[in-house]
Design a protein around this ligand. Structure first.
Ligand code: FES
Ligand SMILES: [Fe+2]
Length: 431
């Protein structure tokens, strides 16, 4: 039986977010046994490229060791344990040299040089860095510290099928920002895994967001919210605003949506809104259908393969949660994904990576953006919506620690993804 299980009355014990004991249990039983995204493939595009991924006290080095081979190793020298490398980089020599006594390792992890080897009785035969399971999907490099873990695709099922039309493997990083948030990692994940908070935190979105009709579904270990393929969403403001059908204009809602989602639409796609609104519309299409069809044509004319995407996906996002720690919206041609981890071994702090991905224009060469690091999230302007989300983090983490607060009372529908996450965590803690 796991510690602090989800109770029959639905209350989620607050200690799951605040107790160092529960946090340690996660470090011992959850993190070393789940597939987690270590980096994007384009970060280790060239032979000799490496990228460090840290989780708790562990550090893993992902290395491109051959044209189509990416491997991962524990980042600890076999001599006295020194971390071999920090961050991401490239070795020209085909070997990694330990910064302490200069033992050298091949890109396949083999120990190839021991300085003054005769004093050790020669170069030890067949010694290699500890290998970590490493598999790829969607342009992401995943690692799993558990040698007996299920294959990555089994773990991810059914997300690869759901997300296939977005061709994530063809996207490339456009920006990469990392910061520290003053909350447990699950508080951060939760903040992006439901739209129940839109009315409380982001009321400015309500004129163009029908937040009430958003559907939530749990998919294997993972989750999803947004449009359901079966329930095509209409373009309308939130019913919470109480506007009658003749009190809003579909064109204005569309303009608000496209402007509000900003980066998900390129300039020409934003300009298209005015063009479509100016009319005339094709006889058999309404305004929304016309915009969706025109946007699709525009993307196709840039050389992008949009054949798997349906019309509704042209004006909505698929918000996904990849258990345990990646969450965010995916759009035609772009995605904003948040990867959340404990910050070191602090139960009250999370390391948050924000990845903006996009299909590179076929006519423009792609270059790796410089990753940005903001030790304090206040040091950067994240835009109004994300700033509102970040402002909640400390409030939640501090409020949870009150003697007067016992546990979370989740909305059974709109926060079902959060409850599901706890249940999946418990599967790891229990066995
Ligand atoms: S600790 Fe790496 S060579 Fe000594
Ligand atoms: Fe939000």
């Amino acid at each position: 039986m796991p510690a602090l299980p989800v109770r029959d009355d639905g209350l989620i014990a607050k200690e799951r977010y605040t107790s160092p004991g529960f946090f340690d249990l996660e470090l011992e039983r959850l993190w070393p046994r789940v597939w987690q995204i270590a980096c994007r493939e384009e970060q280790v595009g060239e032979i000799g490229d490496y990228c460090e991924y840290t989780i708790g006290t562990e550090s893993v080095l992902v290395m491109r060791s051959g044209p189509d081979t990416v491997r991962a190793f524990f980042n600890a020298c076999l001599h006295r344990g020194t971390r071999l490398a920090r961050g991401c980089g490239h070795t020209e020599t085909g070997t990694l040299t330990c910064p302490f006594h200069a033992w050298r390792y091949g890109l396949d992890g083999r120990l190839v040089e021991v300085v003054d080897a005769p004093e050790f009785g020669g170069l030890p035969e067949g010694l290699s860095l500890g290998e970590v399971r490493c598999e790829r999907w969607g342009g992401f490099v995943f690692v799993n510290l558990d040698p007996g873990a299920e294959p990555l695709l089994d773990f991810l099922d059914p997300l690869p099928a759901l997300l296939a039309p977005y061709r994530l493997d063809e996207m490339r990083l456009r920006s990469y920002q990392t910061t520290v948030l003053p909350a447990n990692w699950k508080v951060v994940v939760d903040a992006f895994n439901e739209a129940y908070h839109v009315q409380g935190t982001h009321p400015q979105l309500l004129p163009w967001t029908d937040d009430v009709s958003i559907e939530y579904e749990q998919l294997g270990k993972h989750a999803h919210y947004g449009r359901l393929p079966s329930a095509r969403r209409r373009l309308r403001p939130s019913p919470r605003l109480g506007l009658a059908e003749d009190e809003f204009d579909e064109g204005e809602v569309l303009a608000g949506l496209v402007a509000g989602l900003g980066g998900a639409f390129l300039k020409e796609e934003r300009d298209l809104v005015d063009e479509v609104r100016a009319g005339p519309l094709p006889p058999d299409q309404n305004l929304l259908e016309t915009y969706q069809a025109r946007r699709r044509d525009l993307l196709a004319s840039r050389g992008f393969d949009v054949s798997g995407l349906d019309a509704d996906q042209m004006t909505s996002a698929d918000d996904v949660y990849v258990f345990p720690n990646v969450v965010g919206p995916i759009y035609p041609g772009s995605a904003i994904l948040f990867r959340v981890r404990p910050h070191g071994v602090d139960v009250n702090a999370a390391l948050q990576d924000t990845w903006v991905l996009e299909w590179p224009r076929p006519d423009r060469p792609w270059r790796m953006p410089t990753p940005r690091w903001y030790p304090d999230w206040h040091d950067h302007d994240w835009g109004p919506i994300t700033t509102q989300d970040y402002e909640n983090m400390a409030r939640v983490q501090e409020g949870m620690q009150s003697r007067g607060f016992r546990g979370l009372r989740l909305n059974p529908r709109q926060e079902s993804n959060l409850l599901h996450m706890h249940q999946v965590i418990d599967e790891y803690l229990a066995d």
